[in-house]
Design a protein around this ligand. Structure first.
Ligand code: 1HE
Length: 265
């Protein structure tokens, strides 16, 4: 475990550490179930923009019994319409920074993954869930609407119809249901989420940086383009990645039988 910069170590609601190539961000407001107030969203944004230079992947998790209870509702009543828009845009900026981060981010989900907590989770690139995880969008019941990018990111994972059901009826998905519909990529045993996320993070960190860059920067953008524009951008991205020294060395290593084959386990 190495020391992080003074900027990161002074954050109060987000604990940041780095172990080799993997940074670890921990939502650290367990008495409020890691509900995200203005301070916490700002700290998430700051940490993402200032990840330790050696980080090649990041893990985000929540302290206590829940990943994240979403928006801190105690702040909602204070805001008028104009302030609400600015607030939502602040979340968008933080979660866009996370989605289009320099490195892939893996979220570890347990307990409540609700409202803004689900918006945070769906901004990450991979999600590892424990059996205690449950997913909900209680905005419908609270008289509000998603404001942290949920209407853009959640339907891309589970479809508009499922999100409509969750918001209109308050439907709660359990961990198995979340895995079945694609909210999580991996479902592991209770208490095993962090270890799995770190195992995955180390694998991800060993990829060529430009490959990871193209996956997290180009893939979601291509999905938003027309077929023709997507194919054109793909051709550019693939030739840029292929032209990189790391790609040439990895392909040579395979041809010279120095690299692992693809295998089932
Ligand atoms: C909170 C929040 C919060 C807990 N804002 N204070 N999110 C929600 O509608 C979810 C609301 N929370 C819950 O349903 C439950 O708290 C949980 C299922 C997450 C956890 O239950 P539990 O029994 O473990 O904890 P608790 O006793 O309900 O909460 C412990 C404390 O955290 C308590 O405060 P205390 O001072 O009485 O100890 C709660 O008030 C507090 N707490 N969740 C504020 N969310 C950008 S738009 C996004 C829009 C949304 O995210 S809307 C969904 C908001």
């Amino acid at each position: 475990m190495s020391a992080v910069s003074p900027l990161l170590s002074q954050l109060e609601l987000l604990r940041v550490s780095v172990d080799g190539p993997v940074a670890h961000l921990r939502l650290s407001r367990p008495t409020k179930r890691n509900a995200i107030n203005d301070q916490l969203i700002t700290e998430i944004h700051t940490a993402i923009l200032n990840l330790p230079g050696e980080a090649r992947a990041a893990v985000i998790s929540g302290e206590g019994e829940h990943f994240c209870a979403g928006l801190d509702l105690s702040e909602v009543a204070e805001r008028n319409v104009a302030e609400g828009i600015v607030h939502s845009r602040m979340w968008h900026a933080a979660f866009d920074a996370l989605q289009f981060c320099r490195v892939p981010v893996i979220a570890v989900l347990h307990g409540a993954v609700v409202g803004g907590g689900l918006e945070l989770a769906t901004s990450a690139h991979l999600r590892v869930a424990e059996p205690s995880a449950f997913y909900a969008l209680p905005e419908g019941q609270r008289g509000i609407f998603v404001g942290g990018g949920g209407s853009v990111r959640v339907p891309r994972l589970i479809g508009v119809a499922r999100m409509t059901d969750m918001m209109l009826t308050g439907r709660v998905l359990n961990a198995e249901e979340g895995q079945a519909v694609g909210l999580s990529n991996y479902l592991v045993g209770e208490g095993e989420g962090l270890a799995k996320a770190f195992e995955l993070a180390h694998k991800v960190a060993s990829n060529a940086p430009l490959s990871n860059f193209s996956v997290i920067q180009a893939l979601p953008r291509i999905a938003d383009l027309s077929r023709d524009d997507g194919l054109f951008l793909e051709s550019l991205m693939s030739s840029i990645a292929q032209g990189d020294d790391a790609a040439k060395e990895r392909v040579r290593a395979f041809l010279e039988k120095r690299a692992a084959k693809v295998s089932k386990s």
